[in-house]
Design a binder for this molecule. Structure first.
Ligand code: SAM
Ligand code: SF4
Length: 355
């Protein structure tokens, strides 16, 4: 996609900027009165790492023709923005391995300050050194970088690729480009539990917030999920032996609950899908790179937006599909982490919905 390619921004009048409030499309409100303002848009299922909790080494990726084009992704985002979505996070797979992905950031970035309040990215950081400047130029202000360990050997084992130096370069480049970096670390029993305090200390020293995440049973990954699962209550108790954690009201609108670490002055978030209240304030929808909308990360419900987009009347069909998604968005997820040897709660890998 480049400036010469017609997108809905150049092809037709921008719906939201010109619309009459009396005839504006209805905002996205689900059956539990949760207002949806946040879209997580996956732009690829492919990845250059193979994190052991996310996907198997021999992952089967989708044929490229099934994946939405950059123009379709832009049009889809426009459909959500018209219904009141103000924040879009680009995710994957690894979004920065998609060719010309910066064009999508640039196109969406032009809407910032108009009908879009925030455009962000979740990345594994391997390609961030190349793209940090361009992302900042496109209007991205914050990026989430996933990093579970600072130990090179451990990183190579966990991700099945020896890419820690690239990731650290990427994080440094993002900081140098003026992007606010938040690190996401999945807490994994027997893998990084012993290292989390040092990881947090390093990140806070660099000026980065950290969010810890409990592993979720999504997709077959060749490893026993229960062996990976580390409840964050245990992690917090351990951190409190070293530091003073002060609960704070800070929120990014997501499920994380934050504390401030008195000794480092940094912020630390906990995402606890198993032990905490994850769902009541859910304000998001997730769309895969093939245009499948999953109203719940922990549910199998799905609506096909690609069919709507590729139909004769995309605007009407998209509106209908979004209404259907709101109707079926469940009150809460139902996955559990208590059955050894159990099949994954959902066959879908996290790399499809992007977390
Ligand atoms: N590749 C990018 C990255 O790693 O940041 C974006 C996609 S990745 C699927 C998004 C987030 O999901 C990462 O922070 C990753 O650690 C997390 N994740 C992947 N599989 C998970 C699982 N089974 N349980 C919990 N978090 C998971
Ligand atoms: Fe790739 Fe992100 Fe999954 Fe790791 S967590 S394999 S980086 S998609």
């Amino acid at each position: 996609m480049n400036d010469n390619v017609p997108t809905s921004a150049t092809r037709k009048p921008d719906l939201i900027l010109l619309r009459d409030p009396a005839t504006a499309p209805a905002p996205l409100v689900d059956g539990f009165q949760r207002r949806i303002t946040y879209l997580r848009l996956s732009v690829t299922d492919r990845c250059d790492l193979r994190c052991s909790y996310c996907m198997p080494e021999r992952m089967t990726f989708l044929p490229k023709k099934e994946v939405l084009s950059l123009e379709e992704l832009y049009d889809l985002a426009t459909g959500f923005i018209a219904r009141g979505v103000t924040k879009i996070r680009i995710t994957g797979g690894e979004p920065l391995v998609r060719r010309d992905i910066i064009d999508l950031f640039s196109a969406l970035g032009r809407r910032l300050g108009h009908d879009l309040a925030e455009l962000t990215l979740t990345t594994n950081g391997t390609q961030l050194a190349t793209h940090a400047e361009a992302l900042a130029k496109a209007g991205v202000k914050r990026v989430n970088v996933s990093l579970d360990t600072l130990d090179r050997e451990r990183f190579a084992q966990l991700t099945r690729r020896d890419s820690l130096p690239q990731v650290l370069d990427g994080i440094a480049a993002a900081k140098a480009a003026g992007l606010k970096v938040k690190l996401n670390a999945v807490a994994l029993k027997g893998v990084n539990a012993d290292e989390l305090p040092d990881l947090i200390a390093w990140a806070h020293g660099e000026g980065h917030d950290v969010t810890l995440i409990e592993v979720m049973p999504l997709g077959d990954v060749e490893e026993e999920r229960l062996d990976q699962y580390l409840p964050l209550d245990d992690v917090r108790a351990r951190l409190e032996q070293r530091w003073t954690l002060k609960d704070i009201a800070f929120s990014t609108g997501g499920p994380a609950r934050y504390v401030e670490v008195a000794e480092t002055g940094g912020r630390l978030g906990f995402i606890t899908p198993h032990t905490g209240n994850f769902c009541s304030g859910c304000n998001r929808l997730r769309v895969t790179a093939t245009g499948q909308l999953y109203p719940c990360l922990g549910g199998g419900e799905r609506v096909d937006l690609r069919a709507a987009l590729r139909s004769d009347d995309p605007e009407t069909r998209l509106a209908e599909a979004l209404n259907e998604a709101l109707r079926i968005k469940p009150e809460k997820h139902h996955f559990r982490m208590d059955a050894r040897g159990a099949a994954p709660a959902l066959a879908r890998h996290m790399s499809m919905t992007g977390g």
